[in-house]
Design a protein around this ligand. Structure first.
Ligand code: DGY
Length: 326
């Protein structure tokens, strides 16, 4: 029977659908496979269901001569060697849309957690320090009526912007190009990068990692931001230079930071860990039960289509179709 390797366990029943027709191997541990485990288990597969943490490079692809699809469960796919997969006629798919709203929710959770010092306040209560109410206790920053700056106005950026309406916020954004649909829907204004830095009370990064976005936020940028401002990153870690962020937070160039993604995941910069004005999460942007079920269902559907000879809907390398049609 033809083998499909799934690198992680998922909630829901979707993966079981594949077992009716194929030999499905789901990596049994609760951790992701190590490099050796990935190579060992992927060998000979006709389909791989992977996450952004599984490096699917030439070596992995070459171990699977009959590989038809790498179905990446996640919107990002920088873990897959797309040019090589395309050259080999292998479909690469992702799972956009289904995680947009969940990730936008988390961006807001980070904004509030940092602005209203939620983690510090929770610890204060748990540590038995709440002995009386005091007017200067744990003062934070308002969110409502402020200016929200979005760096990367794609689907997730637009979903973050939509939520701002309810808080009476002005929304400005910076993106590779204007997103007219998002502007019409959310009232967001396109501004240049300098304006985004100078006028935002909150900057939320939802951009993907590209040559242009890598290292885009460092000391120089933090200096230009308001000293009362908060930066949130639910995009990709390397967009922020973490040691420069830590230094800027220490010297008060900005007020706080909420990060769901890191420069060298899963390592987290020690200086950021020691700071009180940071909230640090283990890349859980899309981690709701409902969304995980939708993501794996979509990833499974892509595999079903690819293995039955059809083109999957969410192809990230559509050029592969040209080579198949020629
Ligand atoms: C994504 O979907 O890209 C998330 O960051 C999880 O991988």
């Amino acid at each position: 029977m033809k083998k499909i390797f799934v690198t992680s366990q998922y909630p829901g029943e979707s993966v079981k659908r594949l077992s009716e027709k194929y030999d499905v191997e789901v990596f049994p541990k609760t951790t992701l496979p190590t490099r050796e485990e990935l190579l060992e288990n992927a060998r000979g597969s006709i389909a791989l269901i992977t996450t952004v943490s599984d490096l699917v490079d030439k070596e992995v692809i070459d171990l699977c001569p009959d590989l038809k699809i790498v179905s990446n469960s996640g919107v990002g796919y920088e873990n897959v060697d797309i040019p090589y997969a395309t050259k080999k006629g292998i479909f690469v798919t992702n799972t956009p849309n289904v995680l947009t709203e969940t990730t936008a929710d988390l961006a807001w959770a980070l904004m509030f957690s940092v602005a209203r010092r939620i983690l510090e306040a929770d610890a204060y209560v748990r540590e038995g320090k709440f002995t009386c109410w005091h007017p200067s206790l744990l003062l934070g920053m308002d969110v409502h009526q402020k200016t929200l700056g979005i760096y990367g106005m794609g689907r997730i950026g637009a979903a973050v912007a939509r939520r701002a309406k309810g808080f009476g916020m002005r929304v400005i954004y910076q993106n590779r190009g204007r997103n007219q649909i998002a502007e019409n829907e959310t009232g967001a204004e396109f501004v240049d990068f300098e304006t985004l830095l100078e006028e935002s009370d909150f900057i939320v990064i939802t951009a993907p990692l590209t040559q242009e976005t890598r290292g885009r936020f460092g000391s120089g940028e933090f200096q230009k931001m308001k000293s009362t401002s908060i930066i949130v990153n639910v995009g990709r870690g390397p967009i922020i230079k973490e040691s420069e962020l830590a230094a800027s937070l220490k010297e008060g160039a900005i007020w706080g930071a909420g990060l769901d993604v890191f420069e060298n995941e899963p390592q987290v910069n020690e200086e950021l860990v020691e700071l009180k004005n940071t909230v640090l999460l283990p890349h859980i942007g899309s981690a709701s039960i409902e969304t995980r079920e939708r993501m794996i269902d979509m990833a499974v559907q892509s595999v079903e289509l690819a293995l039955s000879g059809d083109a999957p809907e969410y192809l990230v390398n559509p050029e592969v179709l040209d080579s198949k049609n020629n």
